[in-house]
Design a binder for this molecule. Structure first.
Ligand SMILES: Cc1cc2nc3c(=O)[nH]c(=O)nc-3n(C[C@H](O)[C@H](O)[C@H](O)COP(=O)(O)O)c2cc1C
Length: 445
C-alpha cells in the first residue's frame, strides 16, 4: 500500500443517457446504456482525468416511465469485464443486489473481474431500492427495509468467507514437482446462517486485491451501520455543507464503533456539475434541459426517491407530509428537508430532482465548480465525489478538460496514478487472509 497526501477521490457515476432526465436530447449528446463505444469513451475519459473509479448503478426491473438511463442497460459485471480490456488504471465498480443474488455466484463474478482487471474491481452493495424487482424473482413482495439490510449483512459476511477460500499462493501449478494446488491453503467456509447456507470453497483463487473494494450507500439508521461496518467507500445524497459534515462525523463515529480505521472509509457524495463559460451560461444549459424534460418521467423519478406515488398531489402546492419511505429512506429525508428549507412546490422539487435524482448540483465556470468541490473536501465533509454528468459525452468531457486541471493545479487531484490497483488509488490496505494474520500473530507471540 502506498501512503498518499490527502487527495480528492473521484468516481464517474455512469448512467448511459446522462443523469438529467433530458440529457440525451441535448444536441451533440449521445445516449444508450447499451452503447459500448460511448461507455468505452467515458471510461477512457475518466482514466485520462485520473479518476479513481468508473461506477455502474443497477436495478432488476424496468418500465417505460423510468429514468431514460435505467429502462434498458447492460448487466454491470459483464460490461465492466469488457471495459477492463480497454482501460488500465480506472477502478471498475459494479452494483449487485444482496436481495436478489446468491453469494456463491456473485463472489465468483466479482472475483473474476478483479482477476481480469489486475485488481480494479469494486462492489456497490445494494439491498435493492426498487420493489418491482420482487416479481422477477418469484417473490410476492419486496422484503421489508430492515429485513433487506439484515440479509445484506449476512450476504457480505458470506462473500468475504468465500473470498477467503484460498490463501495467496494456493495454486502453485508447479510442473516440476507436479503440485498443482496446495490444499493446505484451502479453507471451507461451511456457513449456516438465518438466510444462507453456503459450504464453499469458492472455485476461484484469491484475487489481486484480496477482496474487491466494498461500497455502500445506506443513509437510514440500519443502512449507516451496514456501511460503517463494511464499506470502504460510502456514497451519499447530501445538499448542504452542514448536513454533509454531520453525516461525515456520524459515519466516522460508527466506523470507530465497529473497530475500523476511519481512514479506510472514503465518503463520496454525489454531485452533478454543469460547466459553463460563466455561471449564467451554465444556468442557461440547465434551463434548456428543463424545457426538454418529460413531466411524467420527472414525477416518477421523484416518486421513486420519496417512496410514494405523487400523481394525486397538486404540483403547485408544497410537498405534503408523507409517511417514511420503505425504499430509499436517505433520499427521502434529504429531499423533504430541501423542499421545506427552500419552500419548494412539488413542481419545483420535481424539476430539481430531474437534474441529478436529488443529488447536489454545482453550476458555473470551472473555477466556481472547483471552489464548490474544494469547500466540502477542505472541511472534511467529503473525501471525494461521485460525479454525475447531466449528459454524455460533452458534460463529462467538459469536466475532465476544464475542471480537473484546476483541481490538479490546486494539488487536490492526482496528476498521475501512483499504484495499479483500486486499493492503491484509494490508499486502502489489501486485506490479509485470516490464516496469514493468525500465523503472523502466532509468530509474534
Ligand atoms: C450514489 C448512489 C448509488 C446508488 N445505486 C443504487 C443502485 O444501483 N441500485 C439500487 O437499488 N440502489 C442504489 N442506491 C440506493 C442505496 O443502495 C440505498 O438504497 C439508498 O441509499 C437508501 O438507503 P437507506 O434506505 O438506508 O437510506 C444508490 C444510492 C446512492 C446514493
Amino acid at each position: 500500500m502506498t501512503t498518499q497526501p490527502r487527495i480528492m477521490h473521484m468516481g464517474a457515476f455512469v448512467l448511459g443517457a446522462g443523469h438529467h432526465i433530458a440529457g440525451w436530447r441535448l444536441p451533440g449528446a449521445q445516449a444508450g446504456a447499451e452503447n459500448f463505444e460511448l461507455l468505452k469513451h467515458i471510461a477512457q475519459t475518466a482514466e485520462r482525468g485520473k479518476f479513481d473509479l468508473f461506477f455502474l448503478a443497477d436495478a432488476l426491473n424496468t418500465s417505460p416511465t423510468m429514468h431514460p438511463s435505467m429502462v434498458v442497460r447492460l448487466e454491470p459485471l459483464t460490461l465492466l469485464s469488457a471495459l477492463a480490456m480497454c482501460t488500465k488504471n480506472i477502478g471498475l465498480a459494479a452494483t449487485a443486489s444482496t436481495t436478489y443474488s446468491h453469494p456463491y455466484n456473485l463472489a465468483r463474478m466479482i472475483s473474476s473481474l478483479d482477476h481480469l482487471s489486475n485488481g480494479r474491481a469494486a462492489w456497490n452493495i445494494v439491498a435493492g431500492a426498487f420493489p418491482a424487482a420482487a416479481a422477477n424473482f418469484g417473490l410476492k413482495e419486496h422484503p421489508e427495509h430492515s429485513e433487506r439490510y439484515r440479509i445484506a449483512g449476512e450476504f457480505v459476511e458470506v462473500m468475504k468467507g468465500l473470498w477467503d477460500s484460498w490463501e495467496d499462493g494456493a495454486v502453485p501449478m508447479n510442473a516440476a514437482t507436479g503440485q498443482f494446488v496446495d490444499a493446505s491453503k484451502m479453507h471451507t467456509l461451511d456457513h449456516h446462517g438465518a438466510h444462507f447456507d453456503v459450504k464453499g470453497p469458492l472455485n476461484i483463487s484469491r484475487s489481486p486485491q484480496g477482496y474487491p473494494v466494498l461500497i455502500q450507500a445506506g443513509a437510514s439508521e440500519i443502512g449507516r451501520d451496514l456501511a460503517a461496518s463494511t464499506a470502504e467507500i460510502v456514497f451519499a445524497v447530501l445538499q448542504d455543507l452542514q448536513t454533509a459534515q454531520d453525516f461525515a462525523t456520524d459515519m466516522r463515529g460508527r466506523v470507530k464503533k465497529f473497530g475500523r480505521d476511519v481512514g479506510h472509509m472514503k465518503i463520496m457524495p454525489g454531485v452533478c456539475p454543469i460547466v459553463g463559460e460563466s455561471e449564467a451560461d451554465a444556468r442557461a444549459k440547465l434551463a434548456r434541459l428543463g424545457e426538454m424534460s418529460d413531466a411524467a418521467t420527472a414525477l416518477r423519478v421523484l416518486s421513486e426517491r420519496l417512496g410514494h406515488d405523487l400523481d394525486q398531489f397538486d404540483l403547485d402546492a408544497p410537498l405534503p407530509p408523507l409517511p417514511p419511505s420503505g425504499m430509499m429512506q436517505g433520499h427521502a429525508v434529504t429531499l423533504t428537508k430541501l423542499a421545506a428549507e427552500k419552500n419548494l412546490t412539488l413542481r419545483e422539487l420535481r424539476d430539481f430532482t430531474s437534474a441529478a435524482m436529488g443529488h447536489r448540483l454545482l453550476l458555473g465556470t470551472p473555477e466556481q465548480i472547483a471552489d464548490g468541490l474544494e469547500e466540502w473536501f477542505a472541511a472534511g465533509a467529503a473525501d471525494g465525489y461521485n460525479l454525475m454528468p447531466p449528459y454524455f459525452p460533452g458534460a463529462f468531457d467538459d469536466f475532465v478538460d476544464h475542471v480537473v486541471p484546476v483541481l490538479q493545479k490546486r494539488g487536490l487531484m492526482r496528476t498521475e496514478y501512483v499504484g495499479t490497483t483500486l486499493r492503491d488509488h484509494l490508499g486502502l490496505p489489501r486485506p490479509a487472509h485470516p490464516a496469514a494474520t493468525a500465523a503472523a500473530a502466532a509468530v509474534a507471540h
